[in-house]
Design a protein around this ligand. Structure first.
Ligand code: PRP
Ligand code: URA
Length: 208
């Protein structure tokens, strides 16, 4: 398993629009939707397929269909910002929710909500969250999903810090990590630099 960094021209362009502190909630969400769709397209490129016999208007043929169900799991709140774009591309996906609040003093994640589909052992689970900072929230999410039996887990984030990437690679080498961009470092408050600030606040127009 591996870490993939998109380095995609259109994603870079849209990410810069989002990072700009002048970006309105509207601009932020529009670009997040677009990037989510591009990420979903790339992440699903090599999913396993199985044969499916059908009859076209012209003749019988053996087509392909996804071998496993897909489960999208946004980490609340900010992960919701990626959900619309992913669902636009994968409309048949099941959706589970994990609420993780990062304690801003200890930087430790606290799970406050969990609602996941049943029987996800064979499903392809895609955790979505814009920010991978210390990696604590993502680690806790992966742990919750593994406890529920998930065996195929992918983590998709917009921006990652090297610290967060390392913690995922060290703890869960079986989890593929997809990042739109790898940023420079974390500051003393655990914010990604240069980053985009607090993703949840920028997405929902709050200022906690
Ligand atoms: C943000 C973000 C991640 C987490 C990343 O959520 O959406 O879930 O921080 O930080 P970490 O890698 O250090 O755990 P936050 O806790 O701010 O909650 P919110 O989405 O409700 O704003
Ligand atoms: N969470 C955010 O929303 N932004 C960061 O930079 C780090 C954690």
């Amino acid at each position: 398993m591996a870490t993939y960094i998109f380095n995609h021209a259109l994603i870079e362009h849209k990410l810069t629009l989002m990072r700009d502190q002048q970006a309105s909630t509207l601009v932020f969400k529009q670009n997040l939707d677009d990037i989510a769709k591009l990420m979903a397209y790339e992440i699903t490129r090599d999913l396993p397929l199985k044969d499916k016999d059908i009859i076209t208007p012209l003749c019988p043929m053996t087509g392909k269909e996804l071998a496993n169900d897909i489960v999208l799991v946004p980490i609340l709140r900010a992960g919701l910002g990626l959900l619309d774009g992913f669902r636009d591309i994968i409309k048949e996906a099941k959706v589970g929710f994990l609420g993780m609040q990062r304690n801003e003093e200890t930087l430790q994640p606290e799970e406050y909500y969990a609602k996941l589909p049943q029987n996800i052992e064979n499903d392809h689970v895609i955790i979505i969250d814009p920010m991978l900072a210390t990696g604590g929230s993502a680690l806790a999410a992966i742990e919750s999903l593994k406890k529920k039996g998930a065996q195929h887990i992918v983590l998709a984030c917009l921006i990652g810090a090297p610290e967060g990437v390392k913690i995922i690679e060290d703890h869960y080498p079986d989890v593929d990590l997809y990042l739109a961009h790898l940023d420079d470092h974390l500051n003393e408050k655990g914010y990604i630099v240069p980053g985009l600030g607090d993703a949840g606040d920028r997405l929902f127009g709050t200022n906690e």
